[in-house]
Design a protein around this ligand. Structure first.
Ligand SMILES: C[S@@+](CC[C@H](N)C(=O)[O-])C[C@H]1O[C@@H](n2cnc3c(N)ncnc32)[C@H](O)[C@@H]1O
Length: 291
């Protein structure tokens, strides 16, 4: 019943119709997840139809997702077929505050409560494309926030760990994954979550092939560098509060010695991030900045 309703909506959405605000209860995913399945990108109509039939999603948000996809490909924020597919399959509209669903595919970051944000889609895609995650690689995210980034990663690999410092947010995000898994987003089963101070990484599961840090700090946390595999890549916002530079950090064996290379993924343009905070007992207090 639910599925037929979405299929009817999809034809109207494909025609560019405007929908009323009220919408049905969340749909379940009609077809099992497959690593081989990729939505078509030759047109918005074909993409929306495929997503409705295979994922049971709401056409209103699918149109916005497809338009953001085209914009990001044009701006070279999103590269490689694997990363494009991961963006297209991840329902960003499920991870924001319900009041922001209509604007969540715009370029901005948005509040998710607790004084923190879901990062803008262009920055998320550029950071994710930079670490170039391949199937089977182990990826650690610091700063789970809304859960969107790790949901996106779970479309690239089957081994994801994510750490969030704010306890009620970590619990809310865990509950969101569980709800979505219950609705058929079985790809989120590969996401391991914990509430902790991510400065110290997740040593029990190290080393990681890739690390993505989504909060800003003035230095690379030594425990994270240590938990990154030789040959691995980290992406991390580094700099003073409110003016970080997103760095790609590569750790390599250079003639028997470990070498660390850094490059700015925005060619020198600062990108502000929420601070990399610190746990003092059970309370979040201050930051890990050294200056
Ligand atoms: C920009 S926000 C969230 C972005 C997130 N990746 C998403 O997809 O919504 C950064 C997150 O980092 C978290 N954070 C800050 N310091 C942290 C720390 N020491 N350990 C773990 N998480 C931290 C914040 O609480 C916040 O949720």
């Amino acid at each position: 019943m639910q599925r037929r309703r979405f299929l009817r909506l999809s034809a109207a959405a494909a025609a560019g119709a405007v929908f009323p605000r009220a919408h049905a209860a969340p749909a379940t995913v009609p077809k099992p997840y497959s690593w081989e399945a990729t939505p078509p990108v030759d047109s918005a109509v074909a993409y929306i139809r495929w997503m409705v039939e295979n994922r049971g999603e709401d056409p209103r948000y699918l149109r916005a997702r497809f338009e953001r996809y085209q914009n990001m490909v044009g701006h070279v924020d999103l590269w490689e077929a694997r990363n494009k597919r991961a963006f297209l399959l991840t329902p960003r509209d499920e991870f924001c505050l319900p009041s922001d669903r209509g604007v969540i595919y715009d370029v901005n970051y948005h509040s998710i409560g607790f004084g923190v944000t879901i990062t803008g889609p262009r920055v998320v895609s550029r950071m994710t494309s930079t670490i170039d995650v391949k199937m089977g690689e182990k990826v650690l995210e610091i700063g789970s926030g809304s859960g969107y980034q790790s949901a996106y990663l779970s479309n690239l690999t089957d081994k994801v760990w994510t750490v969030e410092i704010i306890k009620p947010l970590a619990e809310r995000t865990r509950a969101k994954y569980d709800e979505l898994i219950g609705r058929g987003y079985t790809e989120y089963r590969v996401i391991n979550t914990k509430q902790a101070d991510g400065y110290y990484g997740w040593p029990e599961n190290a080393p990681f092939d890739k690390i993505i840090v989504t909060c800003g700090i003035d230095h690379i946390p030594p425990p994270l560098l240590q938990q990154l595999k030789t040959g691995g890549t980290m992406v991390i916002p580094i700099g003073p509060p409110g003016a970080q530079h997103i760095l790609k950090v590569s750790k390599d064996d250079v003639g028997g010695q470990i070498g660390v290379k850094r490059s700015d993924i925005y060619g020198g343009r600062p990108v502000p991030f929420v601070p990399f905070t610190k746990l003092d007992g059970d309370a979040v207090k201050g930051t890990h900045n050294q200056r």
